[in-house]
Design a protein around this ligand. Structure first.
Ligand SMILES: Cc1ncc(COP(=O)(O)O)c(C=O)c1O
Length: 376
């Protein structure tokens, strides 16, 4: 069904409900056929206006802070699985009221809080498998000197009394074959502990909703692993849930020739509203455009901030973009709304849903109070 953009304010993040449901159905199938639990990692996607849909398919959510844990309870209606690099004394009691599972990132942290862990909260240790195929250091939790997880040699071959689970996160937008090799590396060092544990959280980075992902292989891999160690298996992807489920709509505010390249100024900003394009970095797909080659007329798409690097790249268009045109940045649901900012006082994009019945529903608009509310 084609989308009528005239109904949508600009700029806006627009989630396509049907695409989200399609992803969730695939994940439900993995849960059912492999006998595992899949949680939404709120750090990647926390558009709570969709949680009534998400909770029909997934087993809950995983949180990496007190605020995310509270959002999970308030909006998902279930207690959170928590995995934070450290817990604060000042937050611990409240944290426990929102949690069903808590993963500790170090033995220090476990020792500090173990006597204050409520009986109904399950505890795990995060391991550092010292094996990751993630090539960019920024996203690799197994780099030398990593602060994420406990190394095998520091853990020994006996789970501490009170610990019933293990947790690792060493994938990023990976496929099931990377997972298979990572699990093999983990088995080499942690087989004894896996036999003692009752549950094992395989973290995020499982991009099972990407086109071409071998879902059958994932299901068989998880089934075999579960059978071998008699464990409850949990996966907590963020990106995979929201993968290709919506776009950022922006409008061209100005276009001018800047020494042979056309500078296009948009009402959405890269630095503010698509920060991963700069941080990761990557170049997003723009509907109806392609990356410019040497011979093409180049349009450099950028935002309204003072940052010289607030642009995504040079694109070529069949029809030259002009003031007032709308542009669609594809796949802008994960790691956007949860990371955006109001640098330069630039307003945040509205948030809405393109309903499966074919109409737009505006969920939220932002304004001066949202900018001012973060300052004093
Ligand atoms: C512990 C943990 N779990 C889950 C995730 C979600 O990962 P992704 O969104 O790549 O699936 C992350 C991401 O950094 C993480 O650190």
């Amino acid at each position: 069904m084609s989308i009528n953009f005239t109904d949508i304010p600009s700029p806006a993040y627009v989630l396509e409900e049907q695409a989200l449901i399609d992803n969730l159905r695939l994940m439900q199938r993995v849960q059912d056929e492999a006998g595992v639990d899949i949680l939404l990692a709120l750090k990647g996607f926390a558009m709570f206006g969709t949680f009534d849909i998400v909770k029909k398919y997934l087993s809950g959510a995983t949180a990496s802070s007190l605020n995310e844990a509270r959002l999970c309870v308030e909006e998902m209606g279930s207690k959170a699985h928590l995995c934070c690099p450290a817990y604060l004394e000042s937050e611990w009691e409240q944290m426990c009221t929102y949690a069903s599972h808590i993963t500790f990132n170090s033995l220090n942290q476990w020792k500090r809080f173990k006597d204050r862990l409520p009986k109904d909260v399950k505890a795990a240790l995060r391991i550092n498998p010292e094996y990751s195929e993630v090539e960019i250091d920024l996203y690799n939790p197994c780099v030398a000197g990593s602060r994420l997880g406990i190394r095998a040699k520091d853990l020994g071959n006996q789970l501490p009394d009170g610990i019933t689970g293990l947790h690792f996160h060493a994938l990023c937008e990976n496929d099931s074959y990377v997972l298979e090799r990572t699990l093999q590396a983990i088995e080499e060092n942690y087989a004894d502990l896996l036999h003692q544990a009752q549950w094992f959280n395989l973290g995020g980075g499982h991009l099972m909703t990407r086109k071409g992902y071998d879902v059958e292989h994932l299901i068989e891999l998880l089934k075999a692993f579960k059978q071998k160690y008699k464990l409850q298996l949990i996966l907590e992807p963020g990106s995979a849930v929201a993968w290709q489920t919506g776009f950022l709509l922006a409008t061209v505010v100005d276009v001018f020739d800047s020494g042979g390249i056309y500078a296009v100024i948009l009402d959405a900003s890269v630095a503010n509203h698509m920060p991963d394009c700069i941080e990761m970095p990557y170049t997003p797909t723009v509907r109806g455009a392609k990356m410019a080659k040497d011979e093409d007329t180049k349009y450099r798409l950028g935002g309204m901030t003072c940052l010289a690097g607030d642009y995504v790249g040079d694109y070529a268009f069949d029809t030259a973009p002009k003031i007032g045109d709308q542009l669609i940045f594809e796949d802008m649901m994960h790691y956007t709304m949860v990371k955006n900012n109001t640098f330069n006082g630039i307003n945040l994009p509205s948030i809405g849903i393109w309903r499966k019945e074919g109409k737009f529903e505006l969920l939220r608009e932002f304004g001066y109070e949202d900018y001012k509310g973060r300052l004093s």
